[in-house]
Write a protein that binds this ligand. Structure first.
Ligand SMILES: [Zn+2]
Length: 466
């Protein structure tokens, strides 16, 4: 608890009307936190004190667009950030509304793609970006931001990055295969594309160990929750993530973004504090853009109309949510139609071939694209060139719509779009239901347009640009 608060109370100096001072707000986002690893004590304690939303999703499984949706209350198609590092173009952060209402607004982000360069500082008086990925370091810095004598309530956002790959927890754990994989990736000895695409089985071999290390990083973030909560004055607390993480689902390892599998799209979401039901679990279909409006309502502030988000505790919940995948970014990652970004090296893949901006390759025989086969296989290269025109790099995304029971996934392939309907939670074997599929197809989001480049330096730091 901040030292000054009890004194302000005693003097009755907190507000002119004599009402209780506005409630403090704490938002903790843990980057890359899967929905199913929140059994660590720190998360469980918070859940017991508040409400847990078990069916929360992100509208876009990449950092910048997801966090932009959380703070603007808008879907990525409206706020305009549709790739990691791509700045927010439209919309007003709800943080600015808190600031205008007299809040001291503070943020600590551990990610170079979740900060001022992307416009995520909108409304924050102080916004610190730190590169130390350790959760305790981020939490310490966030607490240091809190003023000793604030003359009003505080909104504090803490974005911790611990569970992001490589998983290298400080805790000494016996998981040598994954630790070595993470160290080789951190040293750039092994490319991210090789890891994420499981080249030569390098990632699937480490899965058991990686689960251990990933859980340890998630737990390290959980350990910081109570200290942050106690640094504020009985705050409203939101704990969530920007996106999950694939641990082998649909062939993707230790990465998130290029697909809309639930491992990447579902996020944990806990809300606690004044005005929030304690010890409840809700299965309503909620999404990150609902966080902003909920915080405003819990703080007694007006909620703007025309947001895509709605109060998490809304009496009439949605019957579906939708999401768009990111682009794959890694030109040698297979299993996706397109990898890479619009104006950088990118490739269209039709196994086993890859038609890239710098040549034509057999990615199975030659995964690092050393031998250019341009002109040697015209019967393959010709149709692939036409498909590449039909699918610009920024548009080859997976789209999904998800109800309480089913999920429809639209996957671009070279010559069209494949639709698969799944009866959740099974996402391995599609089911047939022509009528339901037709209904859900009408609800799929649209493909994003040509995107702008994100911040190359920040992407490089995360290993997204090689
Ligand atoms: Zn992220």
């Amino acid at each position: 608890m901040r030292a000054a608060t009890p004194l302000l109370w005693a003097l009755g100096a907190c507000s002119g009307s004599g009402d209780r001072r506005s409630v403090d707000v704490l938002v903790i986002t843990v980057d890359t936190l899967r929905h199913d690893v929140i059994d660590a004590p720190g998360y469980a304690e918070l859940a017991a004190r508040g409400t847990r939303f078990t069916e929360a999703t992100t509208p876009f499984p990449r950092t910048t667009p997801a966090l932009a949706s959380m703070w603007t209350g808008l879907l990525p198609a409206r706020h305009g950030s549709q790739e990691v590092g791509e700045p927010v173009k439209h919309g007003v952060s709800v943080v600015r509304l808190f600031q205008e209402a007299g809040y001291t607004t503070l943020a600590m982000s551990g990610s170079g793609v979740a900060g001022p360069k992307q416009g995520l500082d909108d409304g924050f008086e102080v916004f610190e970006v730190v590169s130390d990925p350790r959760a305790h370091a981020g939490a310490d810095l966030a607490r240091d931001l809190l003023p000793w004598s604030p003359d009003g309530p505080v909104l504090l956002w803490v974005h911790l990055t611990d569970p992001h790959f490589p998983y290298l927890p400080e805790e000494a754990l016996d998981a040598p295969v994954c630790r070595e994989l993470g160290e080789r990736a951190a040293d750039r000895e092994l490319s991210r594309a090789a890891v994420f695409g499981d080249r030569d089985g390098v990632s699937s071999m480490a899965l058991e160990d990686c689960r251990v290390l990933y859980a340890a990083e998630a737990a390290a973030a959980a350990d910081q929750i109570s200290g942050l909560v106690e640094a504020l004055d009985d705050p409203v607390v939101v704990l969530t993530s920007d996106h999950g993480e694939a641990l082998g689902e649909w062939g993707l390892f230790y990465e998130h973004g290029p697909h809309v599998h639930d491992s990447a799209v579902r996020v944990p979401l806990l809300v606690a504090g004044p005005g929030v039901p304690e010890g409840e679990t809700r299965e309503t279909l909620v999404q990150l853009q609902d966080v902003g409006p909920t915080l405003l309502r819990l703080a007694g502030l007006p909620v703007p109309e025309d947001l895509d988000g709605q109060d998490l505790f809304e009496a009439s919940p949605r019957d579906h949510v939708a999401a768009v995948s990111g682009s794959a970014l890694h030109p040698t990652l297979t299993g996706v139609l397109r990898a890479g970004r619009a104006s950088k090296r990118n490739c269209l893949h039709v196994t086993p071939y890859s038609l890239c901006t710098d040549g034509f390759f057999d990615h199975q025989a030659d995964p690092t694209h050393r031998t250019d086969l341009t002109g040697t296989l015209p019967l393959v290269e010709g149709p692939m060139a036409r498909a590449a025109e039909a699918w610009p790099a920024e548009r080859a995304r997976q789209l999904m719509v998800r109800t309480a029971t089913h999920k429809l996934v639209a996957t671009p392939w070279a010559f069209g779009v494949q639709h698969n309907l799944y009866a959740l939670p099974d996402e391995d074997t599609p089911v047939r239901d022509t009528r339901l599929e037709a209904e859900l197809r009408a609800l799929l989001p649209s493909q994003p347009g040509e995107g702008e480049e994100g911040d190359e330096e920040a992407l490089r730091a995360l290993g997204y640009v090689e």
